[in-house]
Design a protein around this ligand. Structure first.
Ligand SMILES: Cc1ncc(COP(=O)(O)O)c(C=O)c1O
Length: 391
């Protein structure tokens, strides 16, 4: 199997004696040993096998095999959510007194890990600017052990040069962790540019239908062993049912992502010519500052588009309240198109100055293009532009 689509479909748990075509859900907390010697050997990790579903389960193992095949890493470990994956990509590799450099443009709870959780254990973090390479170089200290970045970033869709960043990490002996949630392995495989660990929120495009939470960390065997030990001891393992949903969803990731990209591209062009829009951000758009870099790292521009509506925070809120079909919800990567206004929601606790530092302007609106017909998505946007102007 060489092609992405085939691997996403055909990597499967071994067929049981029932001869099923589609892999069943293994809802079992533990597994039975043949005898006491096998139990001893499995606990001692002398032989491989399922012991307890917090450690492994056929459904989580299938998902992990698929993700590592799709990300082209040696191994992967599934977690209960994307945040569990973010934390598990850091916690096993740091100790008291260590220092991390992270992009400032990271998801809200990742920001909390960096600024509130890790400092509780005397692990400090310096933020670097995703748009300024020199800030990364300047942030590295003697005790730095890890670099963390999201690319494209949430919500402003900034991309960073992964080849350059992994070179910087290697020259200082640091681990590079990349949150690849917005691109998915279909659009971007960070290991090809030298990243060490890849993090996913499976909750987004991997599920793709807004049903379950899940996460995964992918990377080299020894590092994933450390991630697995950390998660199996601390407990944020993925449930077999959620693993089954996510693995089934991966079967259609390629076709879904292509359609998400088609719709997002069409929306980006639509916003570009709209008189009520100040500017549009979409990684493959001609006007996108890092278009060449985005095209080097990503197969397509992704399913998210940002635009700035005329009229700031108030207009942004009115616009969203005028939508009839597009969902206002705290997720992305769903079949249903989703809208968010970061300044009044996810980034509302930041001061105006702090929002400026992460490039979130008052009128910024983020759309996760769903899989509805593009004409229906545009029709909803059209009427909301008109209604919010009149209100
Ligand atoms: C880029 C990114 N990373 C991580 C997460 C966390 O994922 P989860 O909600 O599955 O814990 C999110 C969630 O929105 C995200 O957008």
């Amino acid at each position: 199997m060489t092609h992405f689509e085939t691997k996403a479909i055909r990597i499967q748990s071994e067929r049981t004696l029932e001869r099923e075509h589609s892999v069943p859900v293994y809802l079992t907390s533990s597994f039975v040993f043949d005898d006491s010697e096998q139990a001893r050997a499995m606990f001692a990790e002398e032989i491989e096998g399922n012991v307890y579903s917090r450690f492994s389960n056929p459904n989580t193992s299938e998902l992990e095999s698929k993700i590592s095949a799709l990300e082209e890493t040696e191994s992967a470990f599934a977690t209960a959510s994307g945040m569990a994956a973010v934390f598990a990509s850091i916690a096993p590799f740091v100790k008291s007194g260590d220092h991390i450099v992270s992009s400032r443009s990271v998801f809200g709870n990742t920001h909390k890990i960096m600024t509130e959780q890790l400092p509780q254990w005397n692990i400090s973090c310096t933020y670097a600017d995703i748009r300024d390479k020199s800030s990364w170089e300047q942030a590295i200290q003697k005790n730095t052990v890890l670099l963390f970045v999201e690319t494209p970033s949430n919500p402003t869709l900034d991309v960073i040069d992964l080849q350059w960043l992994s070179g910087l990490a290697k020259s200082h002996g640091l681990l590079l962790v990349v949150d690849n949630c917005f691109a998915t392995p279909y659009l971007q495989q960070p290991v090809k540019f030298g990243a060490d660990l890849i993090v996913h929120s499976g909750t987004k495009y991997i599920d793709g239908q807004g049903r379950v939470l899940g996460g995964v960390v992918a990377g080299p065997r020894d590092k994933i062993k450390a991630v697995k030990n950390f998660v199996k001891r601390t407990g944020a393992s993925l449930s077999p049912f959620n693993a089954w949903v996510l693995s089934k969803s991966l079967e259609t990731l390629a076709v879904r992502m292509d359609r998400h990209c088609d719709n997002a591209e069409a929306l980006a062009k639509y916003f570009q010519t709209h008189p009520e829009v100040i500017n549009v951000t979409y990684p493959f758009l001609d006007t996108y500052a890092e278009k060449d870099l985005a095209k080097k790292q990503m197969k397509r521009g992704g399913g998210l588009v940002c635009f700035e509506i005329k009229g700031g925070v108030e207009r942004g809120k009115k616009f969203i309240d005028s939508l009839k079909m597009i969902s206002l919800t705290a997720n992305l990567g769903d079949t249903r198109s989703i809208i968010t206004h970061p300044a009044s929601t996810t980034h509302s606790k930041l001061t105006k100055e702090e929002r400026k530092l992460v490039y979130v302007s008052d009128g910024l609106v983020r759309i996760s293009a769903g899989l509805e017909h593009i004409e229906d998505i545009m029709k909803d946007l059209d009427q909301a532009f008109t209604k919010s102007k009149q209100a």
